[in-house]
Design a protein around this ligand. Structure first.
Ligand SMILES: Cc1cc2nc3c(=O)[nH]c(=O)nc-3n(C[C@H](O)[C@H](O)[C@H](O)COP(=O)(O)OP(=O)(O)OC[C@H]3O[C@@H](n4cnc5c(N)ncnc54)[C@H](O)[C@@H]3O)c2cc1C
Length: 459
């Protein structure tokens, strides 16, 4: 039990906030994005700066508390919070500084991607990230980072130049290609296992206006579309990215009424190679089978990044299953269509995110993100606002995943996984696992940071 005096002493030392269970803000502060997750931390320390993080870590250590690190709160399994422990909540650390000359972007450890997109866009820059702007920079980066610019500029970690961290013993370090190189290697995929990242420094890429949006086809054409996509995408120009999806058309603009609530398949394109070449790059997609709807057009990059935010607000029920995929055999395509056409709710979906292009040119040992040889990261999500639908979401996603898993590479992208046990974490890191465990042993020998896709330390 943590005494009142100790809590008051923590409150006095922190510039941020300490939220206890009897605080009127507690219920809101202990919620995460996925409403399927219910955890009740003992204390939430909302840190304002590095000094606060050092204090919070020291407090957690001295009080022998389980500690979790919360960035954007989007984690599938709710790994930003914990039961009966201390949450180090970074949501007040949301600053971004752009150095336009050096094309470097520094983001506070609690930023969400919309913060970075907004600040960088003013200088014609962007950092490759995910497809929803409310996702945390922290969790997404530390797990890898797949999105609209992956094929052209690689994963988010391939654009990470350095990071500042507070370690389990309270010391402050910088990790980069020149400082604490082993730690820098480990955080580019190894998740929140190694310390609290208080700031990230990224290389900004020259991206301003892109040609992006979905093309949709009827479900009875899904087999042909998926086969075409499978053959086309891996050899397409790298400035063209497109993720495949099974979806239900949302009942509102910009979708025409006759398609509302229709189950369809689609490809969400993002062409970043300039307006003059966009039509040529997208011609094969428009030509092989006329889409029922084509919403691809010129858009500022931050608009593309937030295109799905309204469809997926916080507070929905999410059940996730995932795998890496190298090839999509005809049988795998058939199974995808069989399960993808049975989406159980309007928000449920399956996405195939490309991993090839620039992401595949980074050597397998350069980062612990060990599926550079995959062509896709597959994610199946059962999603709905109604908690009563939980069983339906889980059953559909599990059946779908079980049918496709034998056609996968075995492991899954760590950021698309819920809590699935130690074996799945090992499968995610493949050949990098032992080295990660050794680095964990050096920087966090007591496994202080264990509320994550945990890599137990090897001494
Ligand atoms: C709607 C939605 C869309 C998504 N789309 C994509 C996508 O397009 N591409 C993609 O790659 N991923 C995507 N993801 C997955 C996303 O990358 C993970 O959910 C990620 O964990 C979210 O990070 P967060 O900071 O918001 O999470 P949190 O729940 O806050 O944190 C998750 C974990 O990250 C670690 N962590 C977070 N911040 C820090 C920090 N500053 N220092 C140390 N550790 C930290 C901690 O270990 C924590 O347990 C999506 C998720 C959702 C819900």
């Amino acid at each position: 039990m943590v005494g009142k005096t100790e809590v008051e002493s923590l409150r006095a030392k922190l510039r941020g906030q300490v939220i206890e269970r009897d605080d009127p803000n507690y219920e809101a502060a202990s919620k995460v994005y996925n409403a399927m997750i219910h955890k009740r931390p003992l204390l939430i320390a909302r840190c304002l700066d590095v000094a606060d993080v050092i204090t919070a870590i020291e407090f957690g250590r001295n009080q022998n508390l389980q500690v979790s690190i919360r960035g954007g709160g989007h984690n599938a399994g709710g790994l930003g919070i914990c039961d009966d422990g201390l949450v180090i909540d970074l949501s007040l650390m949301r600053y971004v500084r752009v150095d336009p000359k050096a094309k470097r972007i520094r983001a506070g450890g609690g930023c969400v991607w919309g913060d970075v997109d907004h600040a960088a866009h003013a200088f014609g820059l962007a950092v490759p990230a995910g497809i929803i702007s409310t996702t945390g920079v922290g969790g997404l980066t530390l797990g890898g980072g797949l999105g609209h610019l992956t094929r052209r500029f690689g994963l988010t970690i391939d654009n990470l130049l350095s990071a500042d961290l507070v370690l389990a013993d309270g010391s402050f370090v910088t990790a980069s290609a020149k400082q604490n190189e082993d730690l820098f290697w480990a955080i580019r995929g190894g998740g929140g296992n190694f310390g609290v990242v208080t700031s990230f420094e990224f290389r900004g890429q020259p991206v301003h206006t892109v040609h992006a949006g979905p093309m949709l086809w009827e479900m009875d054409q899904a087999e042909a579309v998926l086969k075409w996509y499978r053959d086309f995408l891996p050899q397409a120009p790298e400035d063209l990215n497109g993720f495949f999806a099974f979806l239900t058309v949302p009942p509102g603009p910009p979708f025409p009424e006759h398609l509302h609530l229709r189950k369809m398949c689609g490809i969400v394109w993002c062409y970043s190679g300039g307006p003059r070449k966009a039509a040529t790059a997208l011609k094969p997609a428009r030509g092989f089978l006329r889409p029922a709807l084509d919403l691809v057009g010129p858009l500022p990059f931050p608009v593309v990044q937030s295109m799905f935010d309204a469809l997926y607000p916080p507070g929905l029920q999410w059940y996730w299953k995932a795998d890496f995929v190298k090839t999509l055999s005809d049988e795998a395509v058939r199974l995808h269509v069989e399960h993808g056409s049975q989406l159980p709710t309007m928000h449920s979906t399956m996405h195939l995110y490309p991993v090839n292009g620039a992401a595949a040119r980074v050597g397998p040992d350069q980062t612990p993100w060990s599926y550079r040889d995959a062509n896709w990261a597959e994610v199946i999500v059962g999603v709905d606002p109604d908690p009563g639908k939980k069983d339906v979401l889980v059953e559909w996603a599990r059946n779908y995943w079980e049918a496709l898993h034998p056609h996968s590479m075995g492991g899954a992208y760590v950021n698309f996984m819920m809590e699935e046990g130690a074996e799945r974490v090992e499968a995610t890191y493949r050949g990098s696992y032992e080295r990660l465990a050794a680095i964990k042993g050096k920087y966090d020998p007591k496994n202080f940071f264990r509320v994550n896709q945990n890599i137990p330390p090897k001494q």
